[in-house]
Write a protein that binds this ligand. Structure first.
Ligand SMILES: Cc1cc2nc3c(=O)[nH]c(=O)nc-3n(C[C@H](O)[C@H](O)[C@H](O)COP(=O)(O)OP(=O)(O)OC[C@H]3O[C@@H](n4cnc5c(N)ncnc54)[C@H](O)[C@@H]3O)c2cc1C
Length: 441
């Protein structure tokens, strides 16, 4: 198992690691300023000789990073337009800590001012409805259209509707809170309104879903709060997977020891329907009632992908990409990074940031008539609070494997923490600040 010192080295707690591809392009671009990535003095090199128009859809973890690094590495000849429907990004990462009141949703919001003022990204507020892959342009809800040489789509995920939750009223009573925002605050309010001896029922969809450890982390945070504040309460976890999907040691210990008697974990459970009036979930292990229902539905690539015929995996949910460039395997000129693409890497914000850098590097090479870097590396790190003051962590490093044309884990530098600790909890804050700075500052 990877030890703590190596984890810190790989996870880049004091500064997020670049993909090797990024560094090699930096050398190619020959710019003095490009290596200062997260500071207010970061500047766009004036001219690298690379020219092109890139439109990026979605200003989340993947989209904001790709827009920033296209300019930082590509210079002023690369015209980058980022189209985002919201005026600020709300981080999902750390949003479970809104549930126990230790963070607010407001503290997780990031604006787009730095991307435009420091890097010269043209930020447009709007929702992309249509993509014309032949004419190479996208159109917004209001009708405005933007032409591109290369398009990057990073819109995140959408969710299936569970039977019984078709109406907005039913969905409001049973929030998934798996896209941080109003639902997260609503779920926090529901938890604080629970009586002593209450029941919190949550579900986990079958893989792949965003943030593999995230639902188990949520169970721990809610159980920890209820134990102190609503004695006698229970957290019932209904997992569609055959077992815990990430940080198995940490969460097995958390469920069986740290939160024993509070968390009831049921693997391999499917949900047939939900009755939001009686707050009952009809499952493969019977009907289960709760004071609060927090059901996380199965995921798919966000609507702008499916509505424009860009899903191409066998299950019809995701976009398969060439992981040397994140270009769709079926739609030339269109790159998909982050949760919406299907790769062997986890759907996670840290990985979205890394995929975005590999993609930015590949686009700049393609715009200058070169091939993408043939051997990219990526890294993912994730801290999981187990209580209000202790956390565990997980990291994975990936390298390109030419035989399978996939990113494969590097076992020597992948693994989970030996034990939860308050030191990990403290480092979690530094990792989060570094990651969000690398993406938005
Ligand atoms: C509770 C929770 C905890 C998590 N914790 C971690 C963690 O500890 N570590 C980690 O690495 N990851 C974590 N994640 C996962 C992480 O948040 C996602 O994997 C990551 O945000 C994916 O990045 P993305 O760019 O693909 O999508 P997002 O970050 O969701 O960004 C998508 C953006 O696209 C915009 N958009 C969508 N469609 C359109 C359109 N048509 N037009 C314009 N804009 C559009 C959206 O408004 C949004 O801003 C967590 C997730 C959850 C839910």
């Amino acid at each position: 198992m990877i030890d703590r010192r190596n984890f810190i080295k790989w996870a880049g707690v004091s500064g997020i690691a670049f993909s090797s591809a990024g560094w090699s392009l930096l050398a190619h671009a020959d710019t003095k300023t490009a290596s200062s990535t997260t500071t207010a003095t970061a500047a766009v090199p004036t001219n690298t000789g690379i020219k092109g128009r890139v439109v990026v859809i979605g200003g989340g973890m993947g989209g904001a990073t790709v827009a920033k690094y296209l300019r930082l590495w590509g210079g002023t000849g690369v015209d980058v337009t980022l189209i985002e429907r919201d005026s600020a990004y709300t981080s999902n990462i750390m949003s479970n800590l809104v549930l126990n009141g230790s963070r607010t949703i407001g503290s997780l919001q990031y604006g787009y001012g730095n991307l435009s003022s420091r890097y010269g990204v043209k930020v447009v507020k709007g929702e992309v409805l249509t993509i014309d892959p032949v004419g190479r342009k996208v159109a917004l809800a209001g009708g405005a259209s933007y032409a591109y040489d290369r398009l990057v789509i990073a819109p995140g995920v959408d969710f299936d509707i569970l039977p019984g939750l078709e109406t907005a009223a039913a969905q409001a009573k049973v929030p998934h809170a798996w896209k941080a925002g109003a639902q997260t605050t609503a779920l926090h309010n529901m938890i604080t309104a629970m009586p002593n001896g209450g029941v919190f029922v949550m579900s986990i969809p079958a893989k792949p879903y965003r943030c593999p450890p995230g639902p188990y982390e949520r169970a721990c945070i809610v159980a920890d709060w209820l134990k102190t504040n609503r004695p006698g309460s229970k957290v019932i976890v209904l997992d569609a997977n055959p077992g815990i999907t990430a940080e198995v040691n940490a969460f097995t210990d958390a469920f069986n020891v740290v939160h024993a008697g509070v968390i009831e974990y049921h693997p391999g459970v499917s949900i047939a329907s939900v009755d939001a009036t009686t707050m009952t979930v009809n499952t493969s292990i019977g009907n289960i009632r709760g004071n609060v229902l927090n059901l996380i539905p199965p995921h798919r690539a966000s609507k702008v992908i499916s509505a424009n015929g860009l899903t191409n995996t066998a299950d019809g949910r995701w976009t398969a990409v060439n992981v040397l460039s994140y270009e769709s395997t079926t739609a030339p000129g269109i790159h998909v990074v982050g949760d919406a693409s299907a790769t062997t890497q986890p759907k996670a914000g840290h990985i979205a940031n890394q995929e975005a850098k590999v993609c930015a590097d590949a686009i700049l090479r393609l715009l200058s008539g070169r091939a993408p870097d043939p051997s990219p590396h990526t890294n993912s790190a994730c801290y999981s609070p187990i209580t209000a003051t202790t956390a565990s962590w997980l990291t994975a490093n990936f390298r390109y494997d030419a035989t399978t044309a996939t990113m494969v884990p590097v076992p020597a530098s992948s693994g989970e923490a030996a034990a939860r600790s308050s030191k990990n909890f403290e480092e979690m804050g530094k990792w989060f600040t570094a990651l969000m700075g690398d993406t938005f500052a």
